[in-house]
Write a protein that binds this ligand. Sequence first.
Ligand code: FES
Ligand code: FES
Length: 160
Amino acid sequence: MIQITVNVNGEDFDVDVMPELTLLDLLRELGFHSVKKGCGEGDCGACGVILDGIYCKSCLVLAMQADGRSVLTVESMGNVDEPHPLQKAFVDEGAVQCGYCIPSMLLAADALLSENEDPTDDEIKEALDGNLCRCTGYVKQINAVKKAAKVLREEENDNE
Ligand code: FES
Ligand code: FES
């Protein structure tokens, strides 16, 4: 066992992990069940998190590689009472059905908008590529990201 410290959504967790444990399994053991376990092989995208500011698939990262690093899950974005504009837009646009793919997709979209405040459809598709959705067909999710981007730009203009 290896002792590591991982910061998840601003809280430090000191844990002993087996060398082969993935970050995905560690996060779920810690109770972050919004990080979904789909394929476990990097194909479905359900396990996405932000690791030190970079969106990644947590099934492809060993827990011990996250030692001393910062992880953000969808809980860091907002909640039912105070949703992030992306969360609100996904609901308003009907982009959420079963919801299995949504936490990871929201994080991928958030990572995109943090670097590109007005992405094109193709840029959104590229950012969400690798996040498989069995329910919606992606059009509503692309529309939701565009809608949230507009809201965020307007908020920024209001703050200037
Ligand atoms: S569970 Fe990680 S990509 Fe499918
Ligand atoms: S909403 Fe069901 S898999 Fe995407």
